[in-house]
Design a protein. Structure first.
Length: 571
């Protein structure tokens, strides 16, 4: 098995070629953190490529990856730009591949088959910039992308929240001739058409092959174990593969009294997997740990009050296993019956929704119009390029929501603290998994067949997925007990006075909300925004939250988030 050595792997990258705009690039490439070592960083001047070892091309060719490339050729075979353009496409896993042919002055960059490994690009006026994180560069907000942020919680298509900075398309080989300033892009893998390719395919063996490939990097890692389907699948696959791991369970006490954590503990106990259970502290959304999460996420999607931010704060400084791809192809998450029409009605918040009313309180009229109209046009373009059926909707969800939300793409946040292993991110696996019909995945049918084939013990504990409690085995006392627990929790929440020590649960109000969000002049905000808000009341709480995300994004990208908010919260 060919493993990309640590000398050719990096944690983050920032590349700029041409012009003076390189002064705007603040994040340089960071060497992959090795056991017992700290990350190394290097700044680079205009007109050069930041990489391991220093500025190029003075030091010759450069070849490196971010992420965890697997199942590919020996990296020593990548000797020039032609070889890079040919061989990068053979790798699986989450990765960005970079090769600079110093003699020919040609840069080759590749993305993984679903574009999950974050990579952004700005290309204009003879300058080319690639970054792993949007906060590496400066720029104005993109109104259309912010319209998507308000409407659906994340950018769509290839947009980022920054003007003129775009996600590099999935499964792409980019070749840049530095002398001629010419950029060529070709796709090496296409989303499969509907077919019966999934029938007879050994999905479990394919995932196990990826697991062995990831484990070969040298760290067996920690499994993020929940009460859901995909982490349980990973647990039993890791057990079958003979890879010893520990599990990390994060208590989720504000959802059904931590039903998710209880089910995860039951599964760990069932398999004798050692685990650690972490309890997020009260006041998390007023803490420095939450500010760390905002920085790690580029403040790129709504996160205030969301549980995923608490999960990230407990990650160990080693590799973590997180079920990225299986959960999206084996279950129709966020894909309702009825296809696109039902999805758009269910998921897209329209101009008269509460969040858009909040936007109208905050922003100038022309800004709100640019946000709404820009998103509407992007949405029409995205939907029109796809089949208007369940197959097209599945692709839309994976290419947009899955790539851009941290709760679904651990590569956006976890990589700041740990290496994320995501089995299932391979061309052959997706060529078959993406053809599984919607009907086969409904009500967790496909997952149950996989568990019955893999290890029937996996069905001995109920599941909690998307906030819904589901049976494991058809006749399950554990399921009945959990139903009673949930009923008790719901009654205690709704009628706290009827229960000893009961209290009404509510959303934690972050100390980061307040007048300080309006202290700076902001050309995008309404001139009377101070008067319109007038304190954090229940009526305008949503507007304050949106304002917080707007200002946090700016401060993250100006490298002053901690300086601005750090003194307001708790340690």
């Amino acid at each position: 098995m060919n493993i990309v050595p640590a000398t050719h792997r990096a944690k983050k990258l920032a590349i700029h070629i041409g012009g003076d705009a390189a002064r705007q690039v603040d994040i340089m490439l960071e060497r992959q953190i090795l056991k017992g070592q700290t990350a190394s960083r290097r700044d680079f001047p205009a007109g050069t490529l930041g990489c391991l070892g220093g500025a190029l091309p003075a030091q010759g060719n450069a070849c490196f990856f971010t992420g965890a490339p697997i199942n590919g050729p020996d990296v020593r075979e990548i000797v020039d730009a032609d070889a890079a353009a040919r061989l990068f496409s053979q790798y699986d896993g989450a990765f960005t591949g970079v090769f600079l042919d110093a003699e020919r002055q040609v840069l080759v960059v590749a993305t993984d088959c679903l574009g999950m490994q974050p990579l952004y690009m700005r290309h204009a006026d003879g300058e080319l910039t690639f970054v792993s994180e949007t906060k590496a560069i400066r720029g104005d907000p993109d109104p259309a992308a912010w319209g998507a942020f308000i409407s659906i919680g994340h950018p769509i298509s290839e947009r980022s929240l920054m003007q003129d900075l775009v996600r590099v398309p999935p499964a792409s080989i980019l070749t840049y001739d530095c002398a001629r300033q010419r950029l060529d892009i070709r796709r090496y893998w296409q989303w499969p058409d509907p077919s019966d390719a999934w029938r007879g395919y050994d999905f479990l063996s394919s995932l196990e092959q990826d697991i062995h490939a990831c484990a070969a990097f040298g760290d067996s890692g920690t499994l993020l174990l929940s009460g859901g389907f995909d982490s349980r699948l990973l647990l039993f696959l890791l057990e079958r593969a003979g890879i010893p791991i520990h599990a990390l369970i994060i208590a989720h006490e504000d959802e059904y009294g931590d039903a998710d954590g209880r089910l995860a503990e039951a599964v760990a106990t069932l398999t004798d997997v050692p685990f650690r259970k972490a309890y997020p502290p009260p006041g998390f959304f007023s803490s420095s740990a939450y500010l760390d999460y905002l920085r790690a996420s580029d403040a790129g999607y709504p996160s205030l009050d969301l549980f995923i931010a608490k999960v990230a704060s407990h990650l160990p400084g080693t590799a973590v296993w997180d079920g990225l791809v299986p959960g999206f192809v084996f279950m129709p998450l966020h894909q309702p019956e009825g296809g696109f029409d039902t999805y758009l009605q269910q998921e897209i918040r329209g101009p008269y929704s509460a969040i858009w009313r909040a936007a109208k309180v905050l922003f100038k009229r022309e800004v709100v119009e640019a946000m709404h109209d820009g998103f509407a046009e992007d949405l029409r373009a995205e939907v029109s390029r796809l089949p208007h059926d369940a197959h097209g909707l599945s692709r839309f969800v994976i290419e947009n929501r899955s790539r851009n939300r941290a709760s679904m793409n651990p590569l956006k946040v976890y990589a700041n603290r740990a290496e994320a292993f995501t089995p299932g991110l391979s061309k052959d696996f997706m060529a078959h998994a993406a053809t599984i019909p919607f009907e086969e995945k409904r009500h967790s049918r496909f997952y149950r067949r996989l568990f019955a084939q893999l290890d029937k013990r996996a069905l001995g504990v109920p599941f909690l997925s998307g906030g819904e409690l589901m049976k494991g085995e058809w006749f399950s006392p554990a399921y009945s007990r959990e139903r009673l627990r949930n009923a008790y929790y719901n009654q205690r929440t709704r009628h706290p006075s009827l229960f000893p020590g009961g209290r009404r649960s509510g959303v934690e109000r972050s100390a980061f909300l307040g007048e300080h969000l309006l202290e700076e002049n902001d050309k995008w905000l309404h001139p009377r925004v101070h008067e319109r808000l007038k304190g954090i009341s229940p009526e305008n709480y949503l507007a304050w939250k949106l304002l917080f995300h707007w200002k946090a994004w700016q401060w993250v990208h100006e490298n002053k988030l901690e300086r601005t908010l750090g003194s307001l919260g708790v340690p």
